[in-house]
Structures are given as C-alpha cells and as structure tokens.
Write a protein that binds this ligand. Structure first.
Ligand SMILES: O=C(O)CCC(=O)C(=O)O
Ligand SMILES: [Fe+2]
Length: 523
C-alpha cells in the first residue's frame, strides 16, 4: 500500500511516531552542529585575540620564537584542519541516514494530494471560509454571514507555504476554483514575511504570485492577472516569461475594452457522477426535512426483544428514524469496550476501501476510507456481535447468508458519496457470494465524531448524526426483491474526528421465513 495513508485516520496517527524519530535525529544534528560551531568560535576568538593584542606590534610579537612558531604551525596545519574538517559532512550524513531509515514509512506525493483534496472537499461540503481555515477556525460562509460550525480545543495556523501547496495541488489539476483562494492566502502571508527564508518551504512569494496570476488569467480575471504579474516582475526583473505574459494580458485587455466587463464568479469543478450533490451537501450540514418524533406518531422509541429470550432481560432501545424507507437506530448496541476491541482487531488489516465498479472492485475518490473484513472466528467479540444482530433482527447472519463484518475507518475529509448498498446490476461482484442481493444493512457506529460524518439518506431527505455505540438498520430491498431507491445514502465527510463504523450486510437467501416476500412494490 503506497500513497493511501491519507484514507485512514489510524494511518495518519501512526505518522506521529515517524515524525518523533525524525525529531530525535534533528535534535542530535543540531546539538552536534552547535558543538561544532562553538568549537569553531573558540578557535576564531583565540586567533582574533592574538591579532588584537600581540600582533598589534608585528615586529615585537614575532621576535618571540614561541609566537613565531605558533603562527607558522597555525598557517601550515591548524587552518587546514579547520577548513577541511569532515565534521559538518558527518553530521549531515547522520541526519540523512536517519531520514532514509524511515523513508519507506513517510507519506507519498499522493498522500499530500489526497490530504489537500480532503480539505477542499470539507470546504465545499460545509461551505468553509478559506481565511478561517488559515487561522485554524471552522467558519461557515452563507451569503454574507459567517458562523462558527466547530470550535477546536487545539488550534493551529497554516503557513504561507501550507497555503501555497494546497493551491498548487488544485492548480496542477486545473482546478482554479480552489487554487485562487488558497494562492491568494499564500500571497498575503508571503508578503508579510518578505525577505525571511524558511528552509522547509517549497514555495515563495514569487512562485505564489506566478501561480495565482495564471489562475486568475484562466478564470477570466485578466486585469488582476496583470497586477499580480507586475508585482512579480518587480521582484524578479529579469524574468522574460513574465514580461511576455504581461504584454499578452494587456493586449487581451485592450481588445476587450469596448466589450462589457462582467463580474467573474468562479464555478466549482463539475462532478458528473453526483447529480444529487446539492441535497447531499445540505443533508451533511443539516438534519433534513424528516418530521421530528413529536410531529409524527409513527416515529417512536421502544424497548426491543424481538421475542428472543436472549434480549428479555436486556432489551435494546430502538428509535424509529423513518418509516419509509424503514430506518431504525438501536441505541447502545455495543459497549465502549466492544467497540474498542473491534477497532483493535481490524486495525492491522485495514486496506483502502473499494466499491463495485462494473464486474470488479475499485478504489475511487468518492469513497475515502480503509476497511477490514472480520470473520466471526477471529475473536469471540465478533461472534457475540453476530449473535446479537441475529437475536435483534431475527435474521440469519451465518455465512453465506450475511457477509463478514466490514470495519471502516475514514481519513481526512473521509466520506462515501451517495450509493446503494445493494447491487443494482446483475453483473455486480456482490453476486459472487451466490446468496442473493443485500436485503438489509446493519451499521454500527464504533466511535463518536466531533463534527460532520452524518449518514445521509438523500431521496428520503434526512440524515442521522453519528451516535457512538448505536447501530442503524434498514432494508435495502422491497419485499418483492426490487431495490428500494429511497435507501440511497451517504457517509458525509468527517469534518473533525476519527470515524469508525462496522457494516453487516445481510443477504436475501436464508431469510425466507424471517422476511417473507410480497408482491406489493411499496412494501
Ligand atoms: O459511514 C456512513 O455513515 C455510511 C457508510 C456506508 O454507507 C457504507 O459503508 O456502505
Ligand atoms: Fe452504504
């Protein structure tokens, strides 16, 4: 697995330990270099003192054979050792060796790109202000209004170079909708620190101006492209390419002078596979138009035993979220320690999540997470869970009548765009199990999140915020075996938090007596 650590927060967390190792190497390097510098300074001060005292009167000093000898010795040997010292090279080599030892564990370019795209996704879905993010604040822009949607306990600012790199990633894929605001912030911040050089920076004011000017040119804001290019030319007066660009832009401006100037509104890049985007995003921000419990007597809470002797002493709290489609939330379905254990068991086998794509499975942008399949034999906790699902739903969850438990961990801006859990094509890889379609989904929230990450039902127009230890259940198929299109659902991008869920998909076969079929296409 390369370049996909950004798809799981667990993997990102593991990088903290990697950086700690680098930090230790850098500490050693700095200490050694300080020691080296101190020693050079000692030699410098010693020789300098001779020149400001003894050698003020050269004839007198050299008449002393000891001074004459040490002068000759220094010039023949000491200076050579100073100038050709290997110390610096040895120090930097040790630092490089330490770095190379952890190099395989470091994020790849794809990770940086994935992380930056995750941030941009969060910005789009939650309408976040770029300026706010730069200051470590989660501010939602709605018209002219700004509101705080999440208050972090620990906050951090982004640097000019952080903004530059995000903008550059958008720029490189021709996404000027995102490159403009981020490069704008980069330029503002680089201007504030003009003349200050940070070794770690990839970008500079010149680079940021260059990319920003071109982004503006591409979006039709030629006027501003000229202004920025002129600022750049002042900093880099020999740059013929920029001088030429200015000429080109000015020519365009002269030609369009008589035609009417229209205001430029940047358009978000088109995403064709998601026709439901607006509903999806508004459901991620809000809970939707589903009536509240007090508005609809069919939405109520109850203690459920499903007549199972195993649940009589400890019924499960059921909250009906929606009747059509039938979606219920079982509160406290697992305990904290069970949730913890399941995450621990899944952690070592997490792999980039895939989706059915034609007859195969593929990793896609619209599902950003890692997941692991857990057989009920790997640990007693999984077997107990399977049993509890069975008691509660009355359904047969023995393989192949249900799939193994799929444990999912989301990454930066991790999400699962609107989809059906059931197969919608006869060629779907889901049918390889030969136990029919996915008749029902039983999804357990194994963690809480601080913000975002709701489960949104697009056509049904409601969303369920993450409730730790609760489980969401719904039927994917009508009783006649047809897919219920009202179950189109999504996992909203996680704004802040480490979201884990576990899916148990129950198949048609094996449930014939528990869920009788019917002809009514609405049931
Ligand atoms: O994470 C969620 O809220 C939804 C996940 C989901 O729909 C899935 O894994 O199929
Ligand atoms: Fe799903």
């Amino acid at each position: 697995t390369r370049g996909d650590l950004y798809t799981s927060l667990l993997n990102i967390q593991q990088e903290i330990a990697v950086e700690k190792v680098l930090l230790q190497h850098l500490q050693t390097y700095i200490e050694n270099e300080i020691y080296r510098m101190d020693d050079l300074k000692r030699f410098y001060e010693k020789v300098k003192a001779l020149h400001s005292n003894v050698y003020q009167e050269p004839g007198k000093a050299i008449s002393n054979p000891l001074f004459a000898f040490t002068l000759i010795k220094r010039l023949q040997s000491d200076w050579q050792n100073i100038v050709y010292s290997n110390e610096a090279i040895e120090n930097i080599q040790a630092l490089k060796d330490g770095y190379e030892k952890v190099e395989a564990k470091l994020p790849k370019a794809e990770d940086l790109e994935g992380a930056a795209k995750g941030l941009m996704r969060l910005q789009d879905v939650y309408g976040l202000s770029t300026k706010g993010l730069v200051k470590g604040e989660f501010l939602q822009v709605a018209g002219d209004e700004l509101s705080i949607i999440y208050r972090p306990t620990l906050s951090s600012n982004l640097s000019a170079d952080d903004c530059f790199q995000i903008g550059k990633i958008a720029y490189d894929i021709g996404d000027y909708y995102h490159s403009v605001p981020w490069l704008e912030e980069a330029v503002t911040l680089f201007r504030q620190s003009i003349g200050i050089w940070n070794t770690e920076d990839q970008g500079s004011l010149e680079e940021a101006l260059d990319h920003l000017a071109f982004s503006h040119y591409m979006t039709g804001n030629v006027n501003y492209a000229v202004t920025l290019s002129k600022e750049l030319l002042q900093l880099d007066s020999g740059n013929r390419r920029i001088a030429k660009n200015i000429q080109k832009y000015e020519k365009i401006l002269r030609k369009s002078l008589d035609t009417e100037r229209k205001e430029i509104v940047l358009q978000r890049p088109n995403v064709t596979h998601l026709l439901t985007r607006d509903t999806y995003e508004s459901l991620c921000q809000r809970l939707g138009s589903q009536p509240k419990h007090y508005q609809d007597s069919q939405l109520y809470c109850s203690y459920e035993t499903n007549l199972s002797p195993h649940l009589i002493l400890q019924p499960v709290k059921r909250e009906i979220i929606s009747q059509k489609p039938y979606v219920v939330l079982y509160h406290k379905f697992v305990s904290d320690s069970e949730a913890q254990r399941i995450k621990e068991i899944a952690a070592p086998s997490l792999q980039r999540s895939v989706v059915a794509s034609g007859e195969n499975q593929a990793a896609v942008e619209y599902r950003i997470s890692k997941s692991a399949w857990l057989k009920d034999t790997v640990d007693p906790v999984i077997r107990k869970l399977d049993q509890r699902i069975s008691y509660l739903t009355g359904l047969n969850v023995q393989p192949p009548y249900a799939e193994y438990l799929q444990v999912v961990n989301y990454g930066i801006g991790g999400h699962y765009e609107p989809h059906f859990d059931h197969a919608t094509s006869p060629n779907s890889p889901l049918y390889k199990l030969k136990s029919g379609n996915r008749v029902a989904t039983f999804m357990i929230y194994l963690s809480a999140v601080e913000a975002g990450g709701s489960t949104a039902f697009i056509y049904a127009n409601f969303s369920v915020p993450v409730v730790k230890n609760a489980a969401l259940f719904w039927w994917n198929l009508h009783k006649n075996g047809q897919g219920n299109s009202d179950t189109l659902h999504a996992g909203c991008p996680v704004l802040v938090g480490d979201k884990w869920v576990a899916n148990k998909w129950i198949r048609e076969h094996g449930q014939e007596f528990q869920r009788k079929c019917g002809a009514d296409p609405d049931e």
